[in-house]
Design a protein around this ligand. Structure first.
Ligand code: C2E
Ligand code: MG
Ligand code: MG
Length: 426
């Protein structure tokens, strides 16, 4: 394709990106450089090893013509891509990266994870040789980001954290609210349930999410107060719903720090019963990543919660540690597959394999499986085909206040659990 007509392949704002291309294979270096020219990029520099690339970065930095995008092979003889990434971090490289590699899918996934862990910005991890379309798509993502500051997060993106005093005052003044998100089962006879999610009605900052509140309570040693307030509010609400004739159950999130309180089973049972409900109408969700830090207390509390009748759920399954050990040792009734594996399952074979094997494993241990974070019809179809019992996510409904939740429930027909109904709801 002649260069002149190909210029339209990328918007003009991207034509002056400073690109550094690194590949030890001279032929592929040539091919990729040609593709970049076809895309209309003019400021392309090429080198065939990591050391030369680092020198180039330093030279560019000295002349204030910094590299915007680095297109990098990861299999290079004298300095492999992983070592190279480590050097990039010490060079404080703030541009973007496209990885081109002949390595298999899992290796490329590992490199992508490593880049993100280092706070670098991968635009794409491509199998080489990449097509012109793939390179273009990767670079196009810069069209929307260009002009933004390079830092990962600007100050106003950092969620506002309340203080420990705010927490104490807010609990006394009713700033705590719960929003409810449906968890719908594909078994028509199963009870509809809702996950209660904490919200904080801050007088200055408006409605805050759990990330503004829960870590503060944990750090201030006040998580027991917060959890009790959340559970009390959820139990009161469920009691009202049951008295109004709704057949519902509610899930409440616990913090790992709650599991060191040996009287938690008694405290929660007492709250449930006083609200006119029963522990069996609740599921307690616990994120698996911090299990086993205090294994004995955790095992004691979790086992006794189950004895009292509470359902127990492993939240965000697949993103934490020691998953198999926990499944084997603790009496969980439900496993919630993290949305990472739900949202990628239809296009990523590894995510799909993790989703399917989590379902099989949980079912073989007699646990129910919930797919969380299903956002699209494709996600929904994928998790139902994989055998998940329950689906939760924006494709069904977002978290909403108690009145909106009941309105949703009144319109939801569990016997019509199909994509058509789900799409009609959106
Ligand atoms: P979680 O328990 O895994 O809750 C699910 C989170 O995913 C919720 O975020 C929910 O709004 C969000 N979500 C649901 N469906 C979708 C979807 O389709 N797409 C996407 N992108 N997100 C979806 P939220 O409410 O911000 O809660 C975040 C986390 O905070 C919760 O994760 C839970 O770990 C924690 N949390 C919430 N309420 C409480 C609480 O009362 N106590 C404690 N200790 N932790 C809580
Ligand atoms: Mg949860
Ligand atoms: Mg979760």
């Amino acid at each position: 394709m002649p260069y002149q007509t190909a210029r339209s392949l990328l918007p003009a704002t991207l034509h002056h990106l400073e690109v550094l291309l690194i590949d030890d294979d001279d032929f592929l270096l040539e091919v990729t450089a040609g593709q970049l020219h076809q895309l209309g990029l003019t400021c392309v520099e090429r080198v065939n090893n990591g050391l030369a690339a680092l020198q180039c970065l330093r030279d560019r930095k000295a002349t204030a013509r910094q590299i915007d995008v680095m297109i990098c092979d990861i299999d290079m003889p004298e300095m492999d891509g992983v070592e190279y990434v480590r050097h990039l971090v010490s060079e404080q490289y703030t541009g973007s990266i496209i990885v081109l590699s002949g390595a298999d899918d899992r290796m490329r996934t590992a490199v992508g994870t490593l880049l993100v862990a280092h706070d670098l910005r991968p635009l794409a991890i491509l199998k080489k040789p990449a097509t012109l379309g793939e390179l273009r798509a990767a670079l196009m993502s810069l069209a929307t980001e260009r002009g933004l500051p390079r830092q990962k997060r600007t100050d106003d993106q950092v969620p506002h954290r309340i203080s420990a005093d705010d927490l104490r005052e807010g609990l006394a003044n009713g700033y705590l609210e719960l929003h409810y998100q449906p968890k719908v089962s594909r078994h028509p006879q199963a009870r509809t349930s809702a996950e209660a999610l904490l919200r904080w009605r801050d007088p200055v900052h408006g409605l805050l999410s759990p990330g503004s509140v829960v870590p503060v309570a944990e750090a201030a040693g006040m998580i027991d107060l917060l959890t009790r307030a959340v559970f009390r509010s959820a139990a009161k609400q469920l009691g009202e719903w049951i008295r109004a004739g709704h057949d519902l159950s509610v899930s409440v999130n616990l913090s790992m720090d709650d599991l060191t309180q040996l009287d938690l089973p008694e405290v929660l049972t007492e709250i449930a019963v006083s609200a006119g409900t029963h522990p069996s109408q609740f599921t307690l969700e616990i994120t698996e990543s911090r299990f086993m830090q205090n294994a004995v207390a955790c095992l004691d509390v979790v086992t006794r919660l189950r004895l009292k009748g509470f359902g127990l759920s492993i939240d965000d399954f697949g993103t934490g540690y020691a998953s198999l050990e926990i499944l084997q040792q603790l009496p969980f009734t439900e496993l919630k597959v993290d949305r990472l594996f739900v949202q990628n399952a239809h296009e990523d074979p590894i995510a799909h394999a993790i989703l399917e094997s989590s379902v099989q494993l949980a079912h073989s241990l007699g646990m129910q499986v919930v797919a969380e974070g299903a956002e699209t019809a494709k996600d929904w179809q994928c998790v139902v085909e994989a055998g998940c019992d329950t689906v939760q996510g924006y494709v069904i409904a977002r978290p909403m206040n108690a009145a909106a939740f009941i309105e949703w429930k009144n319109n939801w027909d569990p016997a019509q659990y199909n994509l058509q109904q789900i799409l009609e709801f959106n």
